[in-house]
Design a protein around this ligand. Structure first.
Ligand SMILES: Cc1cc2nc3c(=O)[nH]c(=O)nc-3n(C[C@H](O)[C@H](O)[C@H](O)COP(=O)(O)OP(=O)(O)OC[C@H]3O[C@@H](n4cnc5c(N)ncnc54)[C@H](O)[C@@H]3O)c2cc1C
Length: 510
């Protein structure tokens, strides 16, 4: 039998890898169980959003990955004749990164694995497929099997993270059903490597073709992806044959100009699990949801699950907080996820209706209102909110900062040295105040925050230029959650002791 673990992560795809990286900072004893012999070395996801890049940027050696990822210059929507419908230039957001970051998945996975490869907190068990799990009082017993079926291993743990993908054995075994949000289409995915001297536009382009919607995506350096929707009755094997592919790509490239790295027909669905937590077992990533491809939110959403859950597990395991706070995981993630799926489906429908307008020669302005396009295309006016709502935050009647992610920016300390705000916040709660914290908090609150390893930041010790942050600081003192979302900002009615008390009540710390 293997020794007891605080947490076992089943599935070492990108979501399990990210969870292992985040939990590593909390000094927990973790086992990773993966049925394959190694990480998966073919591309699948190829886009991460600005928030997720910001999260990854906190890992060691981030530059190694950053130098390989790239942001397209534009996000475009075109008609099949090449006429441009809409073009959004890709600019950095308040998270410090562009909203679209293209990457080659094996490079991301290698980076995430190398970062924790030598960690003393994590034991890796590749070639171990989870085949059974049982719960006795608060302890979970897991059984794995090697691929040759000759070796079984037994693991004991208090918490189990199911990062085992869309066909999740754990979800199915628990009898957790999925809500079908009505999208089910096959897409042909072609990843190519351009030969020396050949180039294609460095854009993320949707082609609104009534005969076959498709996407043309710059991945990184010489790599590009084509995603083509399969039509009713088309045979997947025939569609992914080299002959068909060379015909489909002939508008852009001759077969002598590229090599095919991967060609696959993938079924994209819109589904979410009806339960994301059962006792001490949590579903994350594709095990909890599948998202249609249009907005490229599949992997980013899975990583958001990890970010939401891991700090809560740290508080429960390392700081003995009441585990009822873990119920907030599904509450905080589920609605956001549903909105993400709906917005992705809306974008798909918009692409289809633009294609139909093209076929029927309907003027663009009459086909779809420009605001609807802007909203669905995820441009600067996209209204898909990533705020925490509902969930753990303090609701002020005077301002609406609670539940929002802090902007990312650099401050200068008294020695004129630049520091990143995210680095000051160190993965625990933080209080950002406009003076000595003892002015605002009573002894009892200071003691509790100390126990939670809270970072206390006196903003007068720094200078900064960020206007968004200046506005928040002007309103009052800020309590920041470990995931960088604002828990609450004081106002004329509620001082720091009062909002702290509400937080302590929520965490059953009073
Ligand atoms: C063609 C394609 C294109 C995509 N494009 C995008 C995109 O552009 N942007 C985006 O954000 N997302 C995209 N996605 C979705 C993205 O790939 C997934 O959201 C992401 O891979 C999910 O990661 P995961 O770790 O949850 O699951 P997976 O990557 O599926 O990993 C699950 C892991 O669990 C292991 N496992 C399963 N069962 C067991 C078991 N019983 N015991 C032990 N191990 C087990 C598997 O071997 C696997 O390693 C795409 C998906 C596909 C198929």
């Amino acid at each position: 039998m293997q020794s007891n673990f605080d947490i076992v992560i089943v599935g070492f795809g990108p979501v399990g890898q990210f969870a292992a990286n985040v939990l590593n900072q909390y000094n927990l004893k973790i086992a990773v169980i993966e049925k394959s012999q190694d990480i998966y070395l073919k591309p699948r996801a190829n886009n991460l959003d600005d928030e997720i890049m910001r999260r990854i940027s906190r890992f060691n050696d981030f530059k190694k990955f950053k130098n390989k990822a790239s942001a397209p210059k534009f996000i475009e929507f075109n008609f099949p004749n090449g006429k441009n419908i809409q073009r959004n230039s890709v600019k950095k957001t308040s998270n410090g990164f562009s909203p679209v970051n293209m990457f080659y998945q094996p490079e991301l996975e290698t980076f995430l694995y190398q970062n924790i490869y030598f960690s003393k907190n994590i034991d890796f068990y590749f070639d171990n497929e989870l085949i059974d799990f049982k719960k006795k009082s608060k302890e979970l017993t897991l059984t794995t099997s090697s691929s040759d079926k000759k070796t079984n291993k037994i693991f004991k743990t208090n918490y189990l993270l199911a990062c085992d993908g869309a066909e999740s054995f754990i979800r199915n075994n628990l009898g957790i059903t999925q809500l079908d949000l009505q999208y089910n289409k096959d897409w042909l995915i072609i990843d190519i490597e351009l030969n020396r001297g050949v180039s294609l536009d460095k854009v993320a382009r949707q082609i609104c073709d009534p005969d076959r919607p498709m996407a043309f995506l710059y991945t990184s350096k010489t790599k590009h992806r084509f995603e083509l929707q399969l039509l009713a009755g088309e045979d997947p094997d025939e569609m992914k044959s080299k002959d068909t592919i060379s015909k489909l790509l002939s508008k852009w490239l001759k077969p002598s100009q590229y090599s095919i790295e991967r060609r696959e027909v993938c079924k994209f669905k819109a589904e979410k699990a009806n339960l994301w937590k059962m006792g001490q077992i949590f579903l994350l990533g594709d095990a909890a949801h599948q998202i249609p491809p249009y907005a490229g939110q599949g992997l980013s959403s899975g990583i958001r699950d990890v970010v939401n859950l891991c700090w809560k597990l740290n508080l429960v395991i390392n700081h003995s907080l009441n585990d009822s706070m873990l119920e907030s995981y599904q509450i905080e993630r589920e609605l956001h996820l549903e909105e993400t799926i709906k917005s992705s489906i809306a974008l798909g429908k918009l692409i289809d209706s633009l294609g139909m307008a093209y076929r029927k020669k309907i003027p663009l302005a009459d086909a779809v209102a420009p605001e609807a396009r802007e909203q669905a295309f995820g441009g600067s006016k996209s209204n898909l909110s990533k705020d925490i709502n509902p969930g753990i935050y303090f609701n002020s009647l005077e301002h609406n900062y609670a539940g929002k992610l802090l902007p990312k920016f650099k401050l200068k300390n008294k020695l004129d040295k630049e520091v990143d705000l995210d680095d000051l916040l160190k993965g625990n709660f933080a209080i950002i105040s406009d003076g000595d914290i003892k002015k605002y908090l009573n002894e009892k609150s200071i003691k509790i925050f100390k126990k939670l390893n809270t970072s206390l930041i006196n903003i007068h010790e720094y200078s900064f230029k960020n206007a968004e942050f200046r506005e928040i600081v002007k309103s009052g003192n800020i309590i920041v959650r470990p995931d960088l979302f604002i828990y609450g900002v004081t106002d004329s009615e509620n001082n720091l002791n009062e909002i702290s008390n509400q937080l302590f009540d929520t965490l059953s710390l009073n």
